[in-house]
Design a protein around this ligand. Structure first.
Ligand code: KIV
Ligand code: ZN
Length: 520
């Protein structure tokens, strides 16, 4: 039985399964985010990931802007992607030549059309804008490339003039016309009207490029699709100039799940793509960000968690599941936690408290949650351990010694001695940083004991009090055999706090394995 009546209505209204192209500009507009600069290696990794994800076009950069930029655009062009590669150019032959020399499939040329930008930046008359549009589109076409033409600041351009310029670009042979909401000033109703008017006036396909100054970039992109554009321009995690661009995950999932349009995106790769770009930009994805945020499919409240455990679409959209986007559902413990969630988690851990013990565990979890703490699985385990006197025995893995080496000219290395079920093990590993190196060493030390991969899925520094001698609190999520356990470590030293959290999680996993073996 389906309860998704809203989705059906929306899909009927949208007319169903039109294919919408996804044009990703993470490497170009995304890199214009204040404070972001990708290395060329990172750009290549992002391009390969976008290609795996299934975007139709990758805007790889602005080749004329720097020699290194030209190099990476050229290398992306040569890397045999399925996606088309696009380069940005002003309406200048040098810019266009730089794109062509890289071997791009599409040259994206742009010129300001709004009165304010023409008056104060480009100082071009109406006629000059039209002339240069005609000449530069022709120039691109004569060199055998596809041409995307953008009327920069289209949403603040007088409609009649905008249509005139687009007609000139069409006549000159442009393959696609882009309508940028350059300063994010539009709203869905005016965007719908504007795109409809352009759509009625030209025959070439249309694209839309929305900025998020009022938080409306995704809504405006969707309105543009409904009015007839066949391509939307997006960035991973919505990065871009000022408040950013339309977010890729939100746009794609709205298109496919709510409106039932088709895209080439393998939606199950959305979460890992967002995480990759989070790592490279250092811009943390907010917990409440739709689709890819930590809380996007997390439930704490007793009523919600109980409902979701019975049937997930009671308190989730249903037309979009965590599996569809490569994320996971979490039942989070805190002050709103209900009996049902605790019981479920404990059963998963192989712990079966009496009714009284369960009440006491619940009350302690709620108290911990009310004090503002994020209650980890390890916390729950410790509480349950004390109250039910389950004997996990000694901690199976104990850290005996740890030394790390790092610096600007040194490969980050961790050397450690751990005791694993009474056996001494000494290991040294190299990593991207000292925490990574230490965790790699522990992973290797315990892999025989647990059997199979033990992976660090989440890592966050939850609280650092002021000062360089402050306490660091590290929370980790560690996965083994499809189970994820969260644990914390608190130390003055971030590396030690991280190692402690990881070892706590591993000990919980070993204890769960031990309980499961005893039950069977
Ligand atoms: O926001 C904008 O107008 C742009 C153009 C180059 C398309 O990024
Ligand atoms: Zn832009």
């Amino acid at each position: 039985m389906s309860f998704n009546t809203y989705a059906q209505t929306a899909s009927d209204a949208a007319g169903g399964s039109r294919y919408i192209e996804i044009f990703d500009t993470t490497l170009r507009d995304g890199e214009q985010t204040p404070g972001i600069s990708f290395t060329n290696e990172q750009k290549m990794r992002i391009a390969l990931q976008l290609d795996r994800l299934g975007v139709d076009v990758i805007e790889a950069g602005f080749p004329v802007s720097a020699p290194e930029e030209k190099d990476i655009v050229r290398n992306i062009c040569k890397s045999g992607l399925n996606a088309k590669v696009c380069g940005l150019a002003r309406v200048l032959t040098d810019d266009i030549d730089a794109c062509i020399e890289c071997g791009v499939d599409i040259v994206h040329i742009f010129v300001s059309t709004s009165e304010i930008q023409r008056k104060y930046t480009t100082k071009m008359s109406d006629e000059q804008v039209k002339d240069v549009t005609y000449e530069m589109v022709r120039y691109v076409k004569e060199h055998g490339c596809q041409c995307m033409f953008s009327a920069m600041d289209a949403t603040r351009t007088e409609l009649e003039f905008l249509i005139d310029v687009f007609r000139v670009a069409e006549e000159a042979g442009a393959d696609i016309l882009n309508i940028p909401d350059t300063v994010g000033i539009s709203e869905p109703f005016s965007m719908f009207k504007l795109v409809s008017a352009v759509h009625d006036s030209v025959k070439v396909p249309l694209s839309v490029h929305c900025h998020n100054d009022f938080g409306l970039a995704v809504a405006n992109s969707l309105a543009a699709v409904k009015a007839g554009v066949s391509q939307v321009q997006v960035t991973v995690n919505g990065i871009g100039e000022r408040a950013g661009n339309a977010d890729l995950s939100e746009t794609v999932m709205s298109l496919v799940s709510i409106y039932r349009f088709r895209t080439g995106i393998k939606t199950e790769l959305l979460f890992e793509t967002a995480k990759l770009v989070e790592r490279f930009t250092g811009i943390h994805i907010p917990a409440n960000k739709p689709i890819v945020g930590e809380n996007a499919f997390s439930h704490e409240s007793g009523i919600h968690a109980h409902g979701v455990l019975e049937r997930s679409d009671t308190f989730e959209p249903g037309i979009m599941t965590p599996e569809m986007v490569g994320h996971r559902r979490r039942i989070v413990l805190g002050k709103h936690t209900g009996r049902h969630s605790i019981e479920q988690k404990l059963t998963e851990f192989g712990i079966h408290p009496t009714k009284e013990q369960l009440e006491e565990i619940l009350s302690r979890v709620k108290k911990l949650g009310a004090s503002g703490k994020l209650v980890t699985d390890d916390d729950l385990f410790s509480i349950a351990e004390i109250l039910t006197e389950i004997s996990g025995g000694e901690q199976a893995v104990k850290l005996k010694e740890l030394a790390v080496m790092t610096g600007n000219n040194t490969l980050p290395t961790a050397s450690l001695r751990v005791e694993v079920r009474g056996k001494d093990k000494k290991l040294s590993r190299i990593g991207v940083g000292p925490v990574d190196a230490a965790i790699k060493a522990i992973q290797d030390a315990i892999s025989d004991e647990l059997g199979g991969d033990v992976r660090l899925k989440d890592f966050r520094i939850e609280a650092i009090t002021g000062g360089s001698d402050a306490l660091a609190e590290v929370i980790v999520g560690v996965e083994h055999a499809g189970k994820i356990v969260t644990a914390r470590g608190v130390r003055e030293d971030i590396v030690l706090a991280s190692v402690e959290a990881f070892i706590n999680a591993v000990n919980r996993l070993l204890l769960m394995q031990h309980s499961a073996e005893h039950r069977s």
